[in-house]
Design a protein around this ligand. Structure first.
Ligand SMILES: [Zn+2]
Length: 492
């Protein structure tokens, strides 16, 4: 297995630190909970989920930590404007984040440490003290503490960023701070009026941590001094991850991360998705703050699995252009998978015994993912297999045993893709004895999807409730070998 390491800018053979080669530690930068996350954020989280699931399919045991940034300029400003305490303000977006990742079937991390947890604040203070004692940090006249980048020769290596230009200008006058170097970043921010009630006591006075030290403290506290894989979006490379390396290695003296993996941008209609660029706010929507959030896309009638698929289907290092056409393509692709699975199940049940002339499923799907998580190649192989087996079924040449082995293969593939069992998007409509294919409304499809999940979880009470709900809306649902079959009652 190999991955593209941002640090070396090369594809590298993956070797875990664990001598037995099975256990892997992953740290992924999580959300700053000052607003609902937008789908650009979720592209990175879906990529990280794909990475974890593939490693698990390959037999690794993954321990993942994802931090929650619940104190920074934006959260403090948000709480002040909403006139509620910081904790109360961030809690709603924390909950929203957990709801959203569940909808996208993103595995929960083993730990979700929050920056404001006193345990981690203590750890941050401890790390900053060590950095000061080693000459790697200093308290400036504004009372804040900064990392001294000139004392850390590797600074800029991750971003491949040339600091000489900045250095040549020497001491730079800065409007706000008395920093020695313009690139020095804050480890501890001295309290000011805008912070209100937010602040912690420290050897340097009351204040709050900088964003970068949060991740160094939580990563090393929960995963140890060295970790296997650290992920994030390309936006995180500089200065955030660069700073994480400087802080962590400045304290431990050991290489912090073996493999740095970064996910490319999500574009919306060809433009970079960013609040600062304005396209986030200027597009018309009834609730501006909610634009391109998960609820917004769900409101348009798309399901969580369609969004997951749309975010996952492009290689993580290539920019992904989010468009409604793309969402429809995702829906179509999933429909093809659903139809294929339904046909395979019928064929498997029919007990067709024929001379085996079908290619059996191989390892190509996994092997494509072994190659720097090449999802495009992996999906290409999936759809090629679908075409091939469909043709064989058209000709009645697929025997039941082969159909079964393809179904088993799908189970393996789907442990990575994690697309819930499909709802047949076309239902038979019985009206005046006529059977017609009808499109199922998104609301009904969503109920059927939830029922599928309840059935998988063996939550039969919930599954019955959902059946009743569907009934009340005029849809009857039958459980068959091929999954749930829906019929719309005449006149409903
Ligand atoms: Zn981080």
């Amino acid at each position: 297995m190999r991955f593209f390491n941002t640090y070396s800018r090369r594809l590298e053979e993956f070797q875990p630190r664990d001598p037995a080669g099975r256990k892997i530690d992953i740290y992924t930068c999580g959300p700053t909970v000052y607003s609902r996350a937008h789908i650009g954020n979720f592209r990175a989280y879906v990529f990280e989920d794909l990475l974890q699931r593939h490693l698990e399919l390959r037999g690794y045991r993954v321990h993942r930590v994802t931090n929650i940034t619940d104190v920074d300029d934006k959260t403090i400003r948000g709480a002040r404007e909403a006139k509620i305490p910081l904790r109360k303000f961030t809690e709603q977006f924390k909950q929203a984040f957990f709801e959203d990742i569940e909808k996208l079937r993103i595995k929960r991390a083993d730990e979700f440490p929050a920056a404001t947890d006193q345990r981690y604040i203590d750890r941050m203070i401890e790390m900053i003290s060590t950095l000061i004692s080693r000459g790697l940090a200093y308290q400036a006249e504004d009372k804040s503490v900064y990392f001294r980048i000139n004392k850390f020769p590797d600074y800029g290596k991750l971003a491949h960023f040339d600091l000489t230009q900045l250095q040549s200008t020497g001491r730079v006058k800065h409007d706000e701070y008395d920093k020695e170097h313009i690139g020095d970043f804050a480890l501890w921010k001295a309290w000011d009026e805008e912070d209100g009630e937010v602040g912690w006591e420290s050897p340097w006075g009351r204040g709050r941590p900088g964003w970068h030290i949060e991740c160094s403290a939580m990563a090393t506290a929960l995963l140890g001094e060295q970790i296997d894989i650290h992920c994030g979006g390309v936006d995180n490379i500089f200065p955030h991850h660069e700073a994480e390396i400087a802080q962590s290695e400045g304290v431990t003296g050991k290489k912090f991360v073996r493999y740095w993996l970064h996910c490319a941008h999500l574009l919306v209609d060809g433009q970079k998705m960013s609040k600062s660029l304005g396209n986030f706010y200027t597009l018309p929507d009834k609730s501006l703050g909610n634009f391109y959030t998960l609820p917004h896309v769900l409101e348009k009638g798309y399901t969580g699995r369609e969004i997951r698929y749309a975010l996952m289907r492009v290689h993580y290092r290539a920019p992904l252009n989010f468009t409604w056409d793309g969402m429809n393509e995702a829906r179509e692709s999933l429909g093809r998978i659903d139809d294929w699975l339904a046909r395979l199940r019928e064929t498997a049940a029919e007990k067709i015994d024929k001379e085996k002339n079908m290619t059996q499923p191989g390892q190509q799907f996994e092997e494509a993912l072994d190659d720097d998580l090449n999802i495009s190649a992996a999906l290409g192989f999936l759809f090629e297999s679908i075409r091939k087996t469909n043709r064989a079924m058209d000709r009645g040449e697929l025997d039941s045993a082969s159909a079964n082995s393809w179904l088993n293969w799908w189970e393996r593939v789907n442990s990575v893709l994690s697309l819930p069992a499909g709802v047949q998007l076309r239902a038979s409509l019985d009206m005046k004895g006529e059977r017609q294919a009808v499109q199922i409304p998104a609301e009904i499809a969503e109920l059927v999807r939830q029922r599928e999940e309840a059935r998988l979880a063996k939550d039969f009470r919930k599954s019955d409730e959902l059946r009743n709900g569907l009934n009340a809306r005029g849809w009857e649902v039958r459980d068959t070998k091929g999954g749930q079959k829906l019929t719309r009652r005449a006149g409903a």
